[in-house]
Design a protein around this ligand. Structure first.
Ligand code: PHB
Length: 472
């Protein structure tokens, strides 16, 4: 038999000091699983359960129970032998990004700067010995930069890091991160004079040499910083609080029925922070989560120990490290990928072909489809284009409305489609069932499609609150 050598991996918790006695061990292990999925090599937030056990150093049975708990909460999807981060986990990152205030207040100005310069622009905040991106405006797809909201870089290895580490008025990254990548970063200061975030313009040596980039972008960059600083001065940034209902991660999931109740309860603490409540007391957190005070307190002790919250006087704040819990892989996704598990589930339920489409000129283009295997099956591949008039999806995207039906795309076929809407209520795709005529009932299909479209839209909305999700 072949001996397969295993590389011993240290449990990452051994790098941090001993946890306090009151820390919640199952919560620590659950966070370790989420962090490991986020850091998974492919960057898509998926790992085999066996690999998850290996990288965390946890027993396989423990990993299974943790993942069952996370799946119960809708934060992870179990797919055969794999565990994958699921869009509802983005509510944790959203709470953090909202409570940080920077992306919401300064993101629109960063977007304008990117338009003006036609270069990528980002906002980053310090996170221990790293920086973490909290806003990204990507330009130039041919040479696209792969960092996303939630990604971290070591301070010494990038322009925003040098700004924070050495308190510089301007820092240049001359291919520190990657050959060809050049960046200029400047600090954006809050009302108290401290650097709140770094604004970077990122380019490529084919367009700008590092030494020349700063000169080329200086004017618009400085004007943008001035606008950002005046937003920070005039907004409630420093003092911060206005009323608003804190939401909770549980979203109706019954915490008491989760396989590991203390993990499920502990995670709810992260999502009660928001722009209106960036700093909360223990009492407020217990009230907003519905947890017993002692339970909330032990969760906060755990988060404090691991660097996910900071405590000042009697209030707690989330740190940018919370973005290490799923944000970057989830912010790399696309609508077809978000929709895929919902399409597969509906196709299986109906036993029919279910697909997603976008408009493409006068045609409609398929972006995702699952077709059950049978002797005669619908054959529309991802990427295929059909005249809009020939399909329900095409008619829906062309004419609007809540439902469209069509006999087609070929003789003997029938299709029914409903819209999928973005956060602003705009129709961004059509979801359809396409089958041989006479096999199903339009009204029943429409009801099933509407339910699935709502679930897809809910995942899209939570994912796209602070990041742009491509529709194809
Ligand atoms: C970015 O991707 O936004 C980025 C990369 C490297 C830097 C600065 C910004 O030095």
């Amino acid at each position: 038999m072949l001996e397969v050598p295993t590389v011993p991996t240290m449990p990452s918790t051994s790098l941090t000091p001993q946890p306090p006695a009151e820390a919640v061990a199952p919560l620590m292990r659950g966070l370790d699983v989420l962090r490991s999925l986020t850091a998974a090599a492919d960057g898509d937030g998926t790992l085999a359960l066996a690999d998850l056990a290996r990288v965390t150093g946890l027993a396989r049975s423990t990993v299974d129970r943790i993942c069952a708990t996370l799946a119960h909460l809708g934060l992870v999807r179990l797919d055969g032998r794999d565990a994958a981060l699921a869009p509802p986990l983005m509510s944790v990152a959203n709470a953090c990004l909202d409570a940080l205030r920077v992306p919401g207040l300064l993101g629109p100005l960063a977007d304008e700067l990117a338009d003006e310069l036609d270069e990528s622009v980002s906002l980053a905040v310090p996170d221990g010995t790293d920086i973490r991106f909290v806003h990204q405006v990507l330009r130039r797809r041919a040479l696209s930069i792969s960092f996303r909201v939630g990604d971290a870089l070591p301070m010494a290895g990038c322009a925003p890091g040098l700004v924070f580490r050495d308190d510089l008025p301007l820092a240049v990254d001359d291919q520190l991160v990657e050959p060809g990548l050049v960046a200029v970063a400047v600090p954006v200061r809050g009302p108290d004079g401290s650097a709140v975030c770094a604004l970077s313009v990122v380019s490529h040596t084919s367009r700008h040499a590092a030494g020349e980039l700063a000169g080329a972008v200086r004017g618009p960059l400085e004007a943008c910083v001035r606008s950002m600083e005046s937003v920070l001065d005039t907004s409630s940034y420093a003092s911060g609080l206005c009323p608003g209902p804190p939401a909770s991660i549980a979203g109706g999931a019954d915490l008491g029925r989760a396989p590991i109740v203390s993990l499920a309860r502990g995670l709810t603490v992260l999502t009660v922070f928001n722009a209106a409540h960036p700093a909360l007391t223990l009492t407020e957190i217990a009230e907003a989560t519905g947890l017993a005070r002692a339970t909330a307190r032990r969760a906060l002790i755990t988060y404090d120990h691991l660097g996910y919250v900071t405590r000042e006087d009697h209030t707690y704040r989330l740190t940018p490290r919370v973005l290490a819990l799923g944000c970057a892989p989830l912010s790399r996704t696309t609508l077809p990928r978000i929709a895929a598990p919902h399409i597969a589930a509906l196709s299986e339920r109906l036993g029919e072909s279910v697909g997603l489409s976008v408009p493409d000129g006068a045609a409609v283009r398929c972006t995702a489809r699952v077709t059950p295997r049978r002797v005669m099956s619908v054959d529309i591949g991802v990427g295929s284009r059909l005249p809009a008039a020939d399909t329900a999806a095409g008619r829906l995207l062309r004419d609007g409305g809540e439902l469209a039906v069509a006999d087609g795309p070929e003789a003997g076929l029938r299709s029914v489609a409903v819209p999928v809407r973005d956060r602003a209520g705009r129709v961004v795709s059509a979801l359809d069932v396409t089958a041989h005529q006479g096999r199903g009932d339009d009204a029943a299909w429409a009801a099933e499609l509407t339910g699935a479209a709502e679930r897809i839209a809910a995942d899209l909305h939570v994912t796209s609150r602070f990041v742009t999700v491509p529709v194809h």
